[in-house]
Design a binder for this molecule. Structure first.
Ligand SMILES: Cc1ncc(COP(=O)(O)O)c(C=O)c1O
Length: 432
């Protein structure tokens, strides 16, 4: 039911995370509060690193996709674990640099990076910029020329794989705002143009085929398509591109219907395809980059709320209202995301009720989950929404001027605040 090693139930029947009692956490930090277990985060990072070491001879690097959850502490942890980092804005880059992250191991993404962001990346000597389009390629070349630097780049390519269809074969997914299309020749033209630039060094290709994917095959297919591309670039342009970045997208358990792929099995399958095909084609094995986001902090995090009113509408549904909602977790209102919810103070009991968990925001769609199983609850109970470590804090919004909750990290059973909660003063701090 819990889908993560860090979650358990103690003798009092309370949910624990990383050994810490969630009721005690709610009491100490108030609710809503995001809680993340450090051990689980590190374990997830190590699983990727170890898999690349084991199955690809260490000739690769996992880059933590910091959009999933960006803050200084997780950047410090990623750095300590030897990972690289994917950032997608000046804000994420600034956070990483403030945390002391080595800029050489940073990959700067984005489909419309601003001039300021490109200049910032150059100034800070970010290792790689992942170029999305020709306008950006030309702009970056001109900016790099002014600084006298040679900037390493990868091309963001849409390989034409829709990983969310059942057969996930190539479906001509060219209708995306991200990157250069492979099948139209746009990607090859971009590689040719990149090779002619003065101040850019084309070192590889990148794709991100989707998120919350449970199969390995679409990634293996992307790798194979990229090898075709690398071969063509080598033959026609005489360029050997040393890096292949297959993006993120590994699915995690949000409920029992999700069948999450072990990270090691995923890496093994991709490595096998690359190894075999490189040997057959006589190509050098590219340095393999993976960009896991959700699968690193996602399962390691939960959100605790306090139940307010419970409204039973006979023959319709029962609303259980909580003291947070779309402001701290906009994923349900955005795209109907699934979650498992428990009553943290009776976590071991059976979930016998079907309820809708609603937030406190002035919006009818402000729900965390509809028609979900839950233990019988009453006002004052604490609810835990599981697997909220990714794309919750980072996607949070300030609607209704509700202060953002704090993020508490559990380290060896002990809590510490890694992001302070906002106060009412913070809410109006930038107003003039
Ligand atoms: C370029 C890129 N890399 C990595 C990721 C992380 O994906 P996930 O969180 O599904 O692993 C994303 C997510 O949107 C992305 O756009």
């Amino acid at each position: 039911m819990f889908f993560a090693d860090c979650l358990n139930v103690n003798d009092a029947g309370h949910l624990t995370i990383g050994g810490a009692d969630t009721l005690a956490l709610a009491e100490a930090f108030g609710t809503p509060v995001y809680v993340v277990d450090e051990t689980q985060v590190r374990k997830n990072m190590r699983a990727y690193k170890r898999a690349l070491d084991t199955y690809y001879g260490g000739h690769g690097l996992p880059l933590y996709a910091s959009k999933a959850f960006s803050c200084k502490e997780i950047c410090r942890i990623a750095s300590e674990e030897g990972l690289g980092l994917d950032v997608v804005s000046a804000g994420e880059l600034y956070t990483a640099l403030q945390a002391g992250f080595n800029p050489e191991k940073i990959y700067f993404h984005g489909n419309n990076k601003t001039l300021f962001e490109l200049e910032y990346a150059l100034r800070e000597r970010v290792g790689q910029v992942v170029v999305d389009n020709i306008t950006e390629l030309e702009t970056l070349d001109a900016l790099a020329a002014k600084t006298g630097q040679k900037q390493k780049i990868l091309l963001r390519i849409k390989p034409g794989i829709d990983a969310h269809t059942h057969d996930f074969i190539r479906t001509g997914q060219i209708d995306s705002k991200f990157g250069f299309a492979l099948e139209t020749g746009e990607a090859f033209a971009a590689a040719r143009r990149a090779a002619q630039t003065q101040s850019l060094e084309l070192v590889g290709v990148h794709c991100h085929i989707g998120s919350q994917i449970f199969e390995t095959e679409p990634f293996a297919l992307a790798a194979a398509l990229f090898l075709d591309f690398l071969e063509e670039v080598q033959k026609q342009l005489g360029l050997v591109l040393p890096q292949m970045n297959l993006g993120g997208g590994i699915g995690i358990h949000y409920d029992e219907d999700d069948d999450a792929l072990p990270y090691a099995a995923h890496c093994k399958a991709i490595a096998e395809v690359i190894d075999t095909q490189c040997a057959q084609r006589g190509l050098p094995r590219p340095f393999l980059l993976l960009e896991p986001g959700r699968s690193i902090p996602g399962p390691a995090g939960i959100t605790l709320y306090t139940v307010g009113a419970v409204k039973e509408i006979p023959h319709v549904r029962t609303y259980v209202t909580v003291d947070g909602g779309m402001g701290d977790n906009p994923r349900y209102i955005l795209y109907g995301a699934k979650y498992t919810i428990l009553c943290a103070n009776r976590a071991g009991d059976a979930r016998t009720q079907t309820v809708t968990v609603a937030g406190r925001y002035c919006e009818s769609g402000d729900l965390i989950q509809e028609f979900t199983k839950l233990q019988p609850v009453a006002p004052g109970d604490v609810l835990a929404v599981l697997a909220t470590g990714a794309y919750n804090y980072s996607m949070g919004m300030r609607y209704n001027r509700v202060p953002a909750p704090p993020v508490v990290m559990i380290t060896d059973g002990k809590p510490r605040v890694i992001i302070k909660g906002e106060t009412l003063e913070d809410v109006a701090r930038l107003d003039v």
